[in-house]
Ligand binder design. Sequence first.
Ligand code: CAA
Length: 266
Amino acid sequence: MIINTNKSWEFIKTEVTGEKKNVAVITLNRPKALNALCNGLMKELSTALKAYGKDANISAIVLTGSEKAFAAGADIKEMAPNTYSQCIQGNFLNDWTEVARTQKPIIAAVNGYALGGGCELAMMCDIIYAGDKAKFGQPEIALGTIPGVGGTQRLTRVVGRSKAMEMCLTGNMINAQEAEKVGLVSKVIPPDQLLVEAVKLGEKIGTHSNLIVQLCKEAVNTAFETTLEEGLKYERRFNHATFSTIDCKEGVKAFIEKRPAKFINE
Ligand code: CAA
């Protein structure tokens, strides 16, 4: 399935870029509300991710926002009328998890605010690069609610209990440098270079076999869900499986013949 990039989105922009045209960039585009993640935006994001996920020409996806905000969280005005029974019956926030189900690698390129659902959205991605003015936080506590899509779970697994507890209980933001120090972000970059560097990262990943990249992503994610022993077993079986692929034979042969590998994703 190839996405129609001319499709007129209301809340996002999409573009395919990179020298090999194999990196998709999805830009959250609701500037007046600091990219607050309303239902319409999340539906469009999910549609674009599903389409790029199935597009054999796409090796990696970059998700970004504006210089002022990656995303300032769930749309507070939209969720204001929520009631408990509606949340239960409509399984409020459940469909956001679609982002974390994407099989292709997703790089979050975060400038400005990544707050509440915005921070959680970045954490659903596989790698976070941040502009040096980025700010991360889980301010839900100040609204009388708590994070609902990973702020108490993914954040805790990434930065540890004390820092996650501090962020969730105070609502205080941390800056990009601190986010890098605690391992939430893998690189801090000047804001005007952020997207370029994120696309370069996507291109680098795209030089490998898309098939093996997918297996590798799944193996790393398994570390968050299992005991070490189970995870190691899973990893070993994945490793064994790679030897049944054409790309593994090609990668090893190319190394021995001292030439670049030509992967066919099979
Ligand atoms: N939802 C809806 N609208 C939002 C919003 C949000 N999360 N964040 C900002 N906006 C809107 C503001 O209402 C304002 O709109 P108007 O011009 O129509 O009034 C516009 O965006 C600009 O915002 P500010 O004037 O507040 O901009 P600022 O520069 O003074 O402050 C900010 C920026 C610190 C990010 C501030 O906007 C803010 O604190 N936003 C809310 C952050 C937040 O609490 N996020 C958590 C949401 S709950 C959640 O995400 C739950 C979950 O786990 C899924």
